[in-house]
Write a protein that binds this ligand. Structure first.
Ligand code: UD1
Ligand code: CA
Length: 480
């Protein structure tokens, strides 16, 4: 006899995400609020995919189109199904919205809450397994519960004298005595799909909130002689629901502490002040990199080995090579910094800016969609937009690429070994040939041939700088 195999039914997932989340006091639907830089609903979706279910149904309502868009960032279209709950009449009503898709399915339905983002897939897998194996034949419902120090706000698990499940009572409907119970309903359950929908038909809204509670279903199943099993989990933080901004901030801190701890212990990153540093769970940082206080490393940023990132810098979705030094208060967004570059203080890189090896960007320099070549420097007070700059070129203080003609953005190309004088205006589109020099205050409106000195406004070629054969050496002509 095989007393091990429970029923291994097809698994579907249903995520409740239609509520506004009144307690957030927000115009944004609760599940779109971000934890660790990603909407709450995305965390839940990603965890659900780890169980490889047949389909993931998401019940949407408030800002449903936006929630849908967020979900589709995480799940591919065939995998996700959306169910509209136009009016939010409670969690039971929310599940009932999916009736037409699921009612007759011979499957297991794992119900998740869009506002419980920390749940781990290992825990869910154990819940599903217990549900299937219950007494060798599977339960009608298995509830994920946990004991907490402060159960206020949660539904309480009422057990009978023998310790078996009796019913769930919501905070607002609970007696003084029931409120003392510290085993709570996580809002995560496994159901026999058909039995769930059969029982849902009998759920009433005669409670304090006037809602159709999903939490009434387990007691209805039990009364109908079905098995309801409890899976008591030990890690309360994993099932913390987010109902207000204080709870969101608590989880944010926990997630960030976890990420930073891992980076210190497993990856060998130094944090001067871990409590006042933010690192996204999607980021990676290399060995012996030192991170000063109030640094934010966001999104899927990658920072290499041996870097130093000083106080107050923000790095978002960017790649930083090895041995890079970023001084105080820089902003680096969607950009790439190669090995041994030096940035800041107070530099701003954005729009796919790229620094090649050993390049330097200094005080109050902004780079947008610009490549700064190997060993080149822009040390002070400069704006470089839509520019491609070669190797070993020096951009003098106060240089501006005038890249916007009022309609379009225009390109500036500066070749290798160029010296751009202080306060040069480069009126794009324009190219400065290799080895050329612009005088301080030049306004370059026309292409500068290689190895020329241009000066003035508009800049004209003053002389050819190349000694070879003496040709063109003393010519004085228009730059174009
Ligand atoms: C719910 C449970 C409670 C449990 C807690 C765990 C009920 C009645 N109560 O309470 O026992 O301890 O979760 O976190 O289920 N939603 C909809 N449509 C609706 C109502 C809610 O989609 O009509 C969604 C919400 O967007 C949210 C989830 O269901 O993602 C839970 O709703 P919420 O109002 O937060 O329930 P709780 O009061 O926390
Ligand atoms: Ca909740």
């Amino acid at each position: 006899m095989d007393n091990f195999s429970g029923e291994q039914k097809t698994l579907d997932v249903l995520i409740l995400a239609a509520g506004l989340g009144t307690r957030m006091r927000s115009n944004l639907a609760k599940v779109l609020h971000k934890l660790d830089g990603r909407p709450l609903i995305n965390h839940v979706c990603l965890t659900a995919t780890a169980l490889a279910p047949r389909k993931i149904y998401v019940v949407i309502g408030h800002q449903g189109e936006d929630v849908k868009a967020a979900v589709l960032e995480e799940l591919n279209e065939e995998y996700a199904a959306f169910v509209w709950q136009k009016e939010q009449l409670g969690t039971g009503h929310a599940v009932n919205s999916a009736r037409e898709f699921l009612e007759t399915e011979d499957s297991t339905l794992l119900v998740l809450s869009g506002d419980v983002p920390m749940i781990r897939h290992e825990t869910l897998a154990a819940l599903v397994q217990q549900h299937h194996n219950h007494r060798g034949k599977g339960a009608a419902c298995t509830i994920l519960t946990v004991k907490v120090d402060d159960p206020v706000g949660y539904g309480r698990i009422v057990r009978d004298g023998a310790g078996f499940f009796s019913r769930i009572v919501e905070q607002k409907d609970a007696s003084e005595e029931e409120r003392q119970i510290n085993e709570i309903n996580s809002g995560i359950y496994c159901f026999n799909t058909r039995k769930l929908f059969a029982a849902l038909s009998s759920v009433q809204n005669d409670n304090v909130q006037g809602e159709y509670y999903l939490t009434d279903v387990p007691a209805l199943l039990r009364e109908a002689g079905e098995d309801v099993s409890l899976y008591q989990h030990t890690d309360a933080r994993e099932v913390s629901g987010i109902n207000n901004r204080a709870e969101l901030a608590d989880l944010e801190r926990i997630v960030c502490r976890r990420t930073i701890s891992k980076m210190m212990l497993d990856y060998g990153v130094t944090f001067i002040d871990p409590k006042n540093t933010y690192v996204s769970g999607q980021a990676s940082i290399g060995r012996d990199t030192i991170i000063y206080p109030n640094v934010s490393i966001e999104g899927a940023s990658v920072v290499g080995d041996g870097c130093t990132i000083r106080q107050g810098t923000r790095i978002t979705n960017s790649r930083i090579g090895r041995g890079v030094e970023i001084l105080d208060n820089c902003v680096v967004i969607d950009s790439e910094i190669s090995d041994r570059c030096a940035i800041g203080p107070m530099a701003h890189l954005r729009g796919k800016a790229k620094l090649e090896e050993s390049a330097k960007v200094g005080n109050f320099v902004e780079l947008k969609k610009t490549i700064l070549g190997r060993g080149s420097k822009a040390s002070h007070l400069t704006y470089l937009g839509d520019a491609t700059i070669g190797e070993k070129t020096n951009i003098g203080a106060g240089t501006i690429t005038c890249n916007y003609d009022g309609v379009n953005k225009q390109a500036t190309i500066i070749e290798d070994n160029v010296k751009i004088g202080s306060s040069t205006m480069l009126v794009a589109p324009v190219r400065v040939g290799s080895g050329s020099v612009t005088g301080a205050g030049s306004v370059v409106t026309k292409d500068v041939p290689p190895d020329s000195l241009v000066v003035g406004a508009p800049a004209r070629v003053k002389k050819n700088l190349k000694d070879a054969d003496g040709e063109n050496k003393k010519s004085e002509s228009n730059a174009g």
